[in-house]
Design a protein around this ligand. Structure first.
Ligand code: ADP
Ligand code: 5GP
Length: 204
């Protein structure tokens, strides 16, 4: 079983990074502003391709009502998050809207070693770290049809406070301005069309 932290019996974290580096063509970054529909599309994509692994991030954010620890995120304290950073246990990490988010290395190394495709659903700062360290990883950016639709989607999710919505919308502008940095942009207007495009991009 893959655990969130490394134990003394496990290989060192640099070995994990090397393992990932050797197979970094199996890594796919899916970025795009909060509320654009990344999670929704990935849920559908996994129904079509159960062999694909979606990385489970660690976060200091509080769980939303529908979220399950270990499934949607590992919900951890700021103290534990800081320890993961200092021990080199994260492949990338960033602050977003007042909370920290990061990708645990060990499960990614295990998945790519088995030849699995691995999707990292992360924000812009983390995507840039992955691009710098693993240039062979595919980088996909999901765009909303427009900002009004993005706001409506965040609100329709019904899980964020007004302050959190405002922080997410402010951050969305920065993220949208960086869409050109990615290998491919997909507009999530019709869910079906976006899913077909994502499917083709990931399997190509
Ligand atoms: P993200 O993971 O990017 O933060 P979510 O997957 O949680 O976004 O989606 C945010 C909201 O938008 C959800 O309520 C979801 O049902 C809705 N949504 C996703 N894709 C579409 C779409 N193509 N058209 C309309 N609503 C959508
Ligand atoms: P949310 O709070 O809406 O679940 O996520 C907020 C943002 O953090 C989203 O853009 C999401 O893609 C991003 N995110 C989730 N996990 C990670 C991670 O491990 N690393 C980084 N850099 N961003 C993440």
């Amino acid at each position: 079983m893959v655990t969130l932290s490394t134990s003394p019996e496990q290989p060192t974290l640099d070995v994990f990074a090397e393992q990932i580096d050797r197979r970094s063509g199996r890594l796919i970054v899916l970025a795009g502003p909060s509320g654009v529909g990344k999670g929704t599309l990935l849920k559908h994509l996994l129904q079509r391709h159960p062999d694909i692994k979606v990385s489970v991030s660690a976060t200091t954010r509080r769980p939303r009502l529908s979220e399950v620890d270990g499934q949607h995120y590992y919900f951890i304290s700021r103290d534990r998050f800081n320890k993961m950073i200092s021990r080199g246990e994260l492949l990338e990490w960033a602050e977003f809207a007042g909370n920290c988010y990061g990708t645990p290395k060990a499960p990614i190394a295990a998945a790519v070693a088995q030849g699995q495709r691995v999707i990292l659903e992360i924000e812009l700062v983390g995507a840039r770290q992955i691009r710098k360290n693993f240039p062979d990883a595919k980088q996909i950016f999901l765009c909303p049809p427009n900002v009004a639709a993005l706001e409506a989607r965040i609100r329709s999710r019904g899980q964020d406070s007004e302050a959190a919505i405002a922080r997410r919308l402010a951050r969305a502008k920065t993220e949208l301005a960086a869409a050109h940095e990615f290998d491919q942009q997909i507009v999530n207007d019709s869910l079906e069309t976006a899913l077909a495009e994502l499917d083709a991009a990931i399997l190509s």
